[in-house]
Design a protein around this ligand. Structure first.
Ligand code: GDP
Length: 441
């Protein structure tokens, strides 16, 4: 998951910083040197790092921090605030036109994820009550039009295309079609190239001039690191971007692009792509991302994900039981089934604060494991499920035989149950107070 390395390094630095009762300028400088290195290693733009460290240092060396009772904590808070600012401070919602349709033009290099993002965006906005139209203006990549048509079909969103026409004509006529058929949002998927070149820019400028889009969003692949920032700069200079969409943040990228692109181009990051599926596009929240980078997790996104994927009755039930410490193995099984609906476990773990995500590292929720867990829990008696503490050695052997597993399997599931119980208790406490978690380091 993106930022894992950076996040681990920063957490180590801050753990040491927090351990110090009093801070001197020298301590702060040393810690900031480590932060600087960690950011550079994460492929954050050199100049961005320099400015960032200078600001954090200036704020940290102020009397307010040095005289504070918790100086380490204050420095971490400053880093968190400055990271949030670096990524744009606030969410940047899509600008909707006063008179529909709102016209959004997606631009970017080939393979950045434009076509899939066009589909994802249309799907997301449809869920919010818009009536999107997709326009297939990428006539150079042979599969692009077909790809968009397939996505449109899956999402039940119309796709406008025009065989044999040039991209400018397709875009213009597509917008006319949207007006005629009362579609209130138009997303134009334009052609990319392997590199930024004049031909591409001229074509995009012409489309821009003819359809006058409300938003020109650059789709960039976060995996390309520093290059992504250079590409963004070229597009910014030629077209004047209104925003950026960073894709592939689910991959093992170092994350530098996410931290630099806003500072370098001044264009806000509006959405992030977190997977290949149509639902893997999210509004970008700078503060939540900063929280993730610092290992504080992203509990707000997790709660939102839970709300949209999990059966609310079940979730409340599990939650209530957690609070009253009545969580049983039956509930554990329910919880695993519900969690599986939220997506791959490593993504969920990435959203939990550092210590919790470490506690849960061993828990697996794949299909095979689920079958085992079910068999094991079903081989227990009612009393055992309600009160796992009575499950001694001979009971464990009986359960293993009954479920066709081994005693080690049974031990592991019981251990995971315990971890899950502890973790959920912390989570319930946090959610109950409706607060962000405390810094875990
Ligand atoms: P285009 O040439 O810019 O239109 O790029 P495509 O939309 O065809 O995407 C190129 C590849 O990247 C496809 O295999 C997509 O499934 C993949 N892709 C796009 N966005 C994401 C993302 O957020 N995460 C991951 N893992 N893959 C993505």
């Amino acid at each position: 998951m993106v930022f894992e390395n950076l996040s681990n390094k920063l957490q180590d630095t801050f753990k040491r910083l927090r351990g110090m009762g009093k801070l001197s300028e020298k301590n702060i400088e040393e810690s900031l040197r480590e932060v600087r290195l960690a950011l550079l290693e994460a492929d954050v733009n050199f100049k961005v790092v320099k400015d960032f460290i200078a600001t954090v240092k200036e704020r940290s060396i102020g009397q307010e921090v040095l005289n504070s009772l918790t100086p380490g904590q204050q420095v971490i808070k400053i880093v968190y605030e400055e990271l949030t600012k670096l990524m744009g401070e606030h969410e940047a919602p899509l600008k909707l036109a006063d008179r529909p349709p709102t016209i959004v033009m997606l631009v970017g290099l080939q393979g950045a994820g434009k076509t899939s993002t066009a589909g994802k965006m249309a799907g997301l906005l449809k869920k919010q009550g818009r009536r999107p139209l997709l326009i297939a203006a990428d006539i150079y990549r042979p599969a692009a039009i077909k790809q968009l048509q397939v996505l449109g079909g899956q999402l039940d969103i119309p796709v406008f295309s025009l065989e044999g026409a040039d991209p400018v004509k397709i875009a213009r006529q597509g917008v006319e079609y949207a007006i005629a058929y009362q579609r209130d949002l138009v997303i134009i998927d334009t052609a990319g190239r392997l590199h930024v070149n004049e031909e591409l820019m001229n074509e995009l400028k012409e489309i821009q001039a003819r359809v006058n889009p409300h938003e020109i969003l650059l789709v960039i692949d976060a995996m390309t690191g520093q290059d992504a920032v250079n590409v963004a700069n070229s597009f910014q200079e030629t077209l004047g971007l209104t925003g950026v969409i960073l894709t592939k943040l689910d991959s093992d990228t170092r994350g530098g692009a996410a931290l630099s692109v806003r500072a370098v181009t001044k264009a806000p990051i509006k959405y992030v792509g977190l997977g290949e599926k149509m639902e893997n596009l999210e509004v970008f929240h700078p503060s939540r991302m900063a929280s993730r980078v610092l290992g504080m997790g992203d509990v707000l996104t997790l709660i939102e994900k839970a709300q949209s994927n999990i059966d609310p009755g079940k979730a409340k039930n599990i939650f209530d039981k957690m609070r009253k410490a009545e969580f049983t193995l039956d509930d554990f099984l329910d919880q695993l089934r519900e969690m599986k609906k939220m997506g791959p476990l490593d993504q969920i773990l990435g959203m939990l604060p550092g210590n919790m995500s470490k506690q849960l590292k061993g828990v697996q929720v794949n299909e095979k494991e689920m079958v085992k867990v079910e068999a094991i829990i079903q081989s227990m008696t009612k009393q055992e499920r309600a009160n796992p503490s009575i499950i001694n050695g001979s009971r464990r052997r009986r359960i293993a035989v009954g479920s066709g597993t081994t005693v080690q399997d049974v031990n592991r599931i019981l251990q995971q149950f315990e971890q899950s119980r502890k973790m959920m208790k912390q989570f319930a406490d946090m959610g109950g107070k409706g607060k962000m978690p405390k810094l875990p380091f």
